[in-house]
Design a protein around this ligand. Structure first.
Ligand SMILES: [Zn+2]
Length: 157
């Protein structure tokens, strides 16, 4: 989960049109340090719950991985330039422009921590329709994706 302070959003419309299922957040470091298993079609309800939970925390949080709601499978949801996006089994296939930054995470106590990220990443993932996509992201979206993929690998900043 990547936190951004000082920004709030209108509720995304998916939260209005369906029943909302907000899950409680996990803070157990042992559970969060576990590497998540690959996600399959049967895990799609988790993606929906993740989007709902992310929307419920939109005031502070811009991305979440499924292990934050207690499901250790490789699904992430995040704010991609104002639109929520879900990825199953995201993996970075190439990256460039390494830089140092600071991030905060709701699952960690204390203030922001230093970490290294890449400005531009190419990500292979599956959509909610289980279609494989290859897409390039940069800047803030790329940073969120890198943070959430780390969660899938049990890595905390
Ligand atoms: Zn986090």
């Amino acid at each position: 989960m990547l936190i951004m302070l000082g920004r709030s959003k209108d509720p995304p419309d998916f939260a209005i049109r369906r029943n909302i299922m907000v899950k409680e957040l996990i803070h157990d470091p042992i559970l969060l340090a576990k590497k998540s298993r690959p996600a399959g079609k049967e895990d799609l309800p988790i993606a929906r719950d993740l989007l709902d939970t992310l929307a419920a925390h939109r005031e502070t949080c811009v991305g979440m991985a499924a292990n934050m709601i207690g499901k250790t499978c490789r699904i992430i949801a995040f704010d991609c330039e104002g639109k929520y996006m879900v990825m199953l089994n995201p993996e970075i296939v190439s990256a460039s422009g390494e830089y140092e930054t600071e991030e905060s995470c709701l699952s960690l106590l204390g203030g922001p921590r230093k970490c290294k990220r890449f400005r531009k990443i190419k990500v292979r993932y599956q959509t909610e329709a289980m279609q494989t996509r290859l897409k390039t992201f940069s800047g803030w979206s790329a940073q969120i994706i890198q943070h959430e993929i780390d969660h899938c690998d049990g890595i905390l900043i």
